[in-house]
Design a binder for this molecule. Structure first.
Ligand code: MN
Ligand code: MN
Length: 260
């Protein structure tokens, strides 16, 4: 499927620090950089696979921004599969609404240190701590498999168990139920799911996470071609050199190849 690369410069729904709004353009610059390979591990040339791009700015009002994200994702879905670069993780909820309208409830592989299942955070039901709670309520989700978790509170645990969410720690790679990740498959990668040793450029670093190789191995084993994916929470202000951006660009290339 042709891939549309979307950039959602949004960090007003973050609870702690700003910065992820600048993420998409930095990651984009590395995907297209002559200094790095244009090829995914399976040999796909991502320059051919990405057929369109949309990095338009978002409205400042959160509700208007969510609508814009949903509409732009719908447009990308008309052309094929959307690969979205964040931005904080709140962008995933409007993306998933558009995905649901096109493909029905999704099977989702969600890589993150956090469940993002808060009912609300600091009074905001659309915070970057809540996208999967909203997506479940809106029937965007068939199966949700979360891996890399290392900060699960009792309320999120209870919500997840009530809704059949499969919640796995970073050391439970062998427990990922790949058979449940069938079509229509969506992949959401919060970069803080990786260990800060690999991806320090995030707002909420949590030691004890996945390695870059762990994530690449997970993507290699996907039983279906994703119909959409996102990479979120890159915070250039926290990065060391561009090391996290390079990880994000590599993951973007692998997701592009998997969707193409
Ligand atoms: Mn997240
Ligand atoms: Mn997170």
């Amino acid at each position: 499927m042709p891939v549309t690369l979307l950039g959602f410069s949004w960090d007003a729904s973050s609870s702690y620090s700003r910065g992820p709004a600048h993420g998409p353009s930095v990651i984009r610059s590395l995907i297209g950089s002559d200094a790095s390979s244009p090829y995914a591990l399976n040999g796909t040339d991502v320059r051919d696979a990405i057929t369109a791009e949309d990095f338009a700015p978002l409205p400042a009002d959160p509700a208007e921004a969510r609508t814009a994200i949903e509409v732009r994702t719908q447009k990308a879905l008309d052309a094929g599969a959307p690969l979205s670069l964040g931005g904080d993780h709140s962008v995933t909820y409007p993306i998933l609404r558009a995905m649901r309208d096109k493909h029905g409830p999704l099977n989702i592989l969600h890589i993150d240190a956090h469940t993002d299942l808060y009912d609300e955070f600091e009074g905001d039901r659309y915070s970057h701590a809540s996208p999967f709670a909203r997506a479940i309520e809106d029937e965007c989700v068939n199966t949700l498999v979360q891996i890399g978790l290392r900060s699960v509170g009792p309320d999120e645990r209870a919500f997840g168990e009530r809704h059949g969410v499969i919640m796995l720690d970073a050391d439970q790679l062998d427990a990922v139920p790949f058979e449940k990740l069938s079509a229509p498959l969506y992949v959401s990668i919060d970069l803080d799911g990786l260990d800060p040793a690999y991806a320090p450029g995030v707002s909420h670093p949590e030691p004890g996470g996945l390695s870059t190789r762990d994530v690449l191995s997970l993507l290699k084993r996907l039983p279906a071609a994703p119909v959409g994916a996102d990479i979120v929470e890159y915070n250039p202000e926290r990065d060391i050199g561009l090391m996290t951006a390079h990880v994000a660009a590599r993951l973007a290339k692998e997701l592009t190849a998997a969707m193409a």
